[in-house]
Design a protein around this ligand. Structure first.
Ligand SMILES: NC(=O)c1ccc[n+]([C@@H]2O[C@H](COP(=O)([O-])OP(=O)(O)OC[C@H]3O[C@@H](n4cnc5c(N)ncnc54)[C@H](OP(=O)(O)O)[C@@H]3O)[C@@H](O)[C@H]2O)c1
Length: 142
């Protein structure tokens, strides 16, 4: 079991633009089954964690036109706001990563914990010593 931050950045180290737009990333060609591919990574994930801004991005861009929530694994969304989850697998939490550590480890079982992001939440995991692996794809854009 490991805490894994699996993410993508621009050449100059940004993971989102100032409008929370990921077109720079999603427009890149991807080699199916290539090195560090998502499917192989995701098969090893038991639980996901994300900040509220990333959660809202997924709702706005991937859960529309009747499409379901994309993950079938337990997912913890960090927020200080009241939020109604769009799937039974989503739990809304607040607190430090250390507060949630035991719950995450239990939920992951013999698989890994995916720190989805974004940068705000991932930085808190890093500061708490709760990032074992940082797996970064670099898009050829600035
Ligand atoms: N390039 C990539 O691979 C990648 C991956 C993931 C995300 N992204 C992008 O990154 C951007 C979002 O990143 P971000 O750094 O702005 O935000 P984020 O980490 O996704 O979310 C930050 C928000 O989460 C809540 N939060 C954070 N820590 C908390 C804690 N300890 N307890 C309770 N709530 C907490 C707060 O929201 P409240 O105000 O609701 O409390 C905070 O404003 C989006 O554009 C997303 O698409 C990119």
């Amino acid at each position: 079991m490991a805490f894994r931050y699996y993410t993508a950045t621009t050449l100059d180290g940004f993971l989102a633009d100032d409008r929370d737009n990921l077109d720079w990333l999603l427009s890149q060609p991807l080699e199916e089954g290539g090195p560090m591919n998502y499917d192989d990574f995701f098969r090893q994930v038991g639980v996901a964690v994300m900040g509220a801004t990333t959660y809202r991005w997924i709702l706005d861009h991937e859960v529309s036109d009747g499409k379901p929530w994309p993950y079938d694994i337990p997912t913890l969304v960090f927020t200080h706001q009241s939020l109604t989850p769009v799937a039974d697998t989503i739990s809304v939490v607040a607190g430090s990563p250390a507060d949630l550590r035991d719950r995450l480890v239990d939920a992951a079982g013999d698989r890994h914990i995916w720190v989805v992001g974004g940068g705000d939440l991932a930085a808190q995991f890093a500061e708490a010593g709760m990032l074992d692996d940082v797996i970064v794809s670099i898009a050829p854009v600035t």
